[in-house]
Design a binder for this molecule. Structure first.
Ligand code: SF4
Length: 442
């Protein structure tokens, strides 16, 4: 979500006649986009701002903006502590950036835009900036020019007790389906082939705002996107298990462009912990959905998020999470130690788990998951995978790199004439922990 927000802010500034630079000393505007999901985000922002002080002294007209969740959380505190900051911009207000930059350039007072306005509406379409599109590996968004994120909804109403998103990004609001489709059509015309539909909880798309009665459901929206001729691959993230409907599962059976990868955050394998997290499902309900998904799409790759050491998590609770790993056998898992996030309800929970216990559990879980991921990737050996080429491999060995439909990175040997965005068949020769190796299949 932050990556897409950075891209949008970059696009808007380019359309306001700014252009990207890789030399910070050349910059007239610096936007620091922040995320507070991980610990220490605030300290990192303050430390970066500390390093920018000298630059601002040398160049008083430089406009410095802090955007994103840390900006939302810190608000006026941020400007009071760091007067060099000209603009504080919450995630719901990023579309005001060009106007605020223009006001700041006219030497106004420090500007603050941190409303969590429920009436917020994502603009129908932000024209892509040629300056950004020109960069084929698009460092501003760190995405490739043939694959793009498209925001379909913002905010979240779920209030998981460990999470700050409802406080930093506000209530759930879906974007109008016609606006989404218009943006994707425009991207397809520019050569974009792969779309990732983006939101905090995409599978509850269409429920809010209150006047969204005529919106499509998420499965209906998916089918509309799939009907666009030049779009070849569709992905989405992130989903909530409680909102995974039979209609969405059915899409994996008959929407060929829908990539067989599902990121389905489980967070814990223990029902008492899930309850305290306010996740709204039980382990049994989650596993039943996983079973149905696999019946419909046996080769689907499942990934997940797991938090270890949530307040009150006992050895038995943790063992239940380890058992769940073995039962589901995910292709991959993002796992984290629980940490208090400001404003989240769990900050006030008793029975915090000791740091060393959390570290031990995390390492145990990651070791198990690594074994499973390696086995899963070895299972691809000998198969032919349909790959979309992303570019030369990062290994710098003249190999190409791309992704399977199931979102696994493949490094492969191929002729120099290949190009990014091309679709090829690759025979997999080796499954590694985080990637696959292969050769072009003729
Ligand atoms: S579903 Fe829960 S974890 Fe995800 S954004 Fe909403 S509150 Fe946070």
């Amino acid at each position: 979500m932050n990556e897409r927000d950075s891209e949008i802010m970059g696009q808007m500034l380019c359309n306001a006649d700014y252009s990207p630079t890789e030399d910070i000393h050349q910059a007239d505007v610096i936007v620091i986009n922040t995320c507070s999901i991980r610990e220490k985000a605030e300290q990192k922002v303050y430390s970066l701002l500390g390093r920018l002080k000298k630059l601002k002294q040398k160049k008083p007209d430089l406009i410095i903006s802090v955007a994103g969740c840390v900006a939302q959380q810190e608000g006026e505190r941020l400007q009071a502590r760091m007067p060099l900051v000209d603009i504080v911009l919450g995630p719901q207000q990023i579309y005001c950036l060009p106007e605020l930059v223009s006001r700041a350039a006219q030497k106004g007072k420090p500007l603050m835009a941190v409303d969590l306005s429920p009436s917020f509406e994502i603009p129908r379409y932000i024209p892509p900036s040629p300056a950004i599109s020109r960069q084929k590996d698009d460092r501003i968004a760190s995405t490739l020019y043939f694959k793009k994120f498209v925001t379909i909804m913002q905010g979240c109403n779920n209030f998981c007790t460990y999470c700050v998103v409802p406080y930093t990004r506000g209530r759930e609001t879906s974007r109008k389906p016609d606006d989404i489709l218009a943006e994707i059509e425009a991207l397809a015309e520019q050569g974009v082939k792969e779309i990732t539909l983006l939101g905090q909880n995409v599978n509850s798309y269409g429920k809010y705002p209150a006047d969204s009665r005529n919106y499509k459901s998420f499965p209906e929206l998916l089918r509309k996107v799939a009907a666009l001729e030049n779009i070849k691959r569709i992905r989405f993230t992130t989903s909530h298990p409680k909102d995974l409907s039979p209609e969405l599962i059915a899409c994996f059976a008959d929407v060929a462009k829908l990539c067989p990868h599902f990121h389905l955050p489980v967070q814990s394998g223990s029902n008492p912990v899930l309850k305290r997290m306010n996740r709204g499902y039980t382990v049994e309900e989650y596993l039943a959905k996983v079973d149905t998904l696999r019946q419909v799409k046996p080769d689907i790759a499942l990934t997940t998020d797991i938090i270890v050491g949530f307040p009150g998590e006992t050895d038995k609770d943790f063992q239940a999470t380890m058992d769940l790993l073995e039962t589901v056998r995910y292709h991959g898992a993002f796992s984290f130690k629980y940490s208090d996030r400001p404003q989240a309800k769990a900050v006030a929970f008793d029975n915090k788990v000791a740091e060393e216990v959390k570290s031990e559990r995390l390492s145990c879980l990651q070791q198990k998951q690594n074994e499973i991921s390696l086995q899963k990737n070895r299972g691809y050996e000998g198969s032919i995978q349909h790959i979309m080429v992303e570019g030369q491999s990062k290994n710098g060995d003249g190999q190409w790199s791309g992704r399977t439909m199931s979102n696994i990175i493949v490094n492969f040997e191929g002729p120099a004439a290949l190009s990014a965005g091309q679709e090829v068949q690759v025979r997999i020769t080796e499954g590694l922990l985080h990637s696959l190796r292969g050769v072009l299949s003729l």
